[in-house]
Design a protein around this ligand. Sequence first.
Ligand code: BDR
Ligand code: CA
Length: 316
Amino acid sequence: MEEKRIRIILDGDPGHDDAVNFMLACGSPRFEVLGITTVAGNQTLENTTRNALNLMQALELDVPVYRGCSQAMVREHIAAGDIHGKSGMDGPVFEPLRRTIEAKHAVNFIIDTLMESEEPVTLVPTGPLTNVAMAIRMEPRILPKIEQIVLMGGCYQLGNRTPAAEFNIYDDPEAAHIVFTCGRPLTMIGLDVTRKCLCTPEVIERMEKIGNRASQIFADLMRFFSSTQKKIYGWAGGPLHDPLTCAYLIDPSVLTVRRMYAEIDHGCYGPSYGRTNCDFFGRTAKSREANADVAVDVDVEKYWDIIEAGLRAYSR
Ligand code: BDR
Ligand code: CA
């Protein structure tokens, strides 16, 4: 019997690694991708939306793309041009854009899709959590319709945007607070594991050899992404953060997760603003109920196998 497909909404700020996640999800028979929603994050909303459309066009994917929030809930927007370049997805060269955006706002799309859906839907955010938090606040009746939230963001160790905070959470800590306290099953895939998944030149070559359009886009994306990561952090390759979300949904054994209480530092602009404080050792477990499955380890070889299979799924 055919396995039931997981119904998902991809929410992100492409973004090199968001783009790879979109490729993985849209090409996989494990998912029914209901839509892609964009948010300001790595670059302006205009750029992240154009990047999503460029990718859909290049891969001839007809998944609808919805434009979301251009500003975080409270703070000013911070881009990551140093990592993702001017466009937010520098590297690949795309043909002039013909694909168009859907008319509906991303937040309304999330709300309507969930409210109209008979079965729950999984949300996969890989950017700042503004759209998801807005949808929860605008229509709390969507909550029981959320099967689970599997997100890339946060860290219980060191941050990448500040010493304390990871970029996606730092870009909208107030939204992250809403999502982390919404009461739905939540998996936090943070830098603690994504930093182990370095896209080295060997990995890029391995994927490029597949020889289809998706693998070429992957290589063009990752060459740029890895060069900026090397310059800023000294890594041997760019950590391929975002696709760990869909890789985990495809094969949960790729990650080891640990249930714990995770809380966002928000609402005051101290040095730890945007930090995901995770009670790794369960020291407050008596007074605070665990609200997240936090990724604590990753099978890196399995991850690359999933990525390779995802790229091979494209016939051209
Ligand atoms: C996250 O921040 C962005 O730059 C990446 O796309 C990823 O989602 C990593 O901190
Ligand atoms: Ca992202």
